[in-house]
Design a protein. Structure first.
Length: 266
């Protein structure tokens, strides 16, 4: 790892909630050079939640993008020690991206609950498939992966790290720097699924400010893009789900991918 960054892992074990969203949450998004920041893995509803229950065995990818740094952080985690948080410290000004990809997990969901979740997340392709195959009353047997990123800023030097592709299968990429937006400007983003545009897909826009959370549903266009209305306050998250039926149903009937992107202001 480059000298410009030191990483310490805070080892905390906590209860995993059955929340929809999973995200990376720095204690602060705007940092001074040399200022340490805690970075937590969060799971829950309504852009509030608890620390996840996981360690190295839950991680397929954990990467840091900063200046000319592209570091694999996974091997710094230990399987023998419970832990869920990072402590980061950056000495040079610049934009920082941390990307996390989980290993595949399995879950079984009752038929009614599965149908409700498909509706809530705008997964009409899965609803139509279940209807056509006569599976509406069948339980949901699902593999799922988490693909999440966060962007935060150290000092005044705002570089292009924010738009780097990180290798996540489901990836939300800003098309403008979130920390150079002016009042009244929207944040354009594009969403890729396995390097192809994710067209006409629901995206949830979360804004938490002064202890309150607001959520809006938007949809990508045919080019996988959308414009996100942003106020320069509080914390922001975009979350998106992609689900596909599996041809080999011996393990599960579905494979889903859950993506999120977080950033925030003072």
């Amino acid at each position: 790892m480059k000298k410009a960054v030191t990483v310490f892992f805070l080892l905390v074990f906590s209860v995993l909630l059955n929340g929809h969203e999973f995200w990376l949450e720095p204690i602060r998004y705007i940092l001074k050079p040399g200022e340490a920041v805690g970075l937590k893995f969060r799971v829950g509803e309504n852009f509030t939640g608890q620390n996840w229950q996981g360690n190295k065995s839950s991680v397929e990818q954990l990467r840091l993008f900063y200046k000319d740094v592209d570091d694999d952080l996974k091997n710094l985690l230990s399987d023998s020690t419970q832990g869920d948080s990072l402590r980061l410290q950056f000495f040079d000004e610049g934009t920082v991206v941390v990307a996390y990809q989980s290993t595949n997990k399995y879950i079984e969901i009752s038929a009614d609950t599965f149908q409700t979740y498909l509706k809530e997340d705008g997964l009409q392709n899965a609803i139509d498939y279940r209807t056509a195959k006569g599976l509406t009353d069948s339980i949901g047997r699902e593999y799922y992966k988490r693909s999440v990123k966060t962007i935060f800023q150290v000092g005044a030097d705002k570089d292009s790290a924010y738009k780097r592709k990180t290798g996540l299968p489901l990836e939300i990429i800003p098309l403008a720097h979130p920390y150079t937006l002016k009042k009244g400007q929207a944040l354009p983003v594009k969403i890729l699924f396995k390097d192809s545009v994710l067209a006409n897909n629901m995206v949830k826009v979360w804004h938490r400010h002064n202890g309150k959370t607001e959520m809006t549903d938007l949809f990508t266009d045919t080019y996988g893009r959308l414009e996100v209305p942003v106020s320069l306050s509080g914390q922001w998250m975009l979350s998106v789900v992609k689900i596909e039926p599996l041809s080999d149903t011996s393990g599960a009937n579905w494979q889903s991918y859950w993506g999120s992107l977080t950033w925030g202001y003072k």
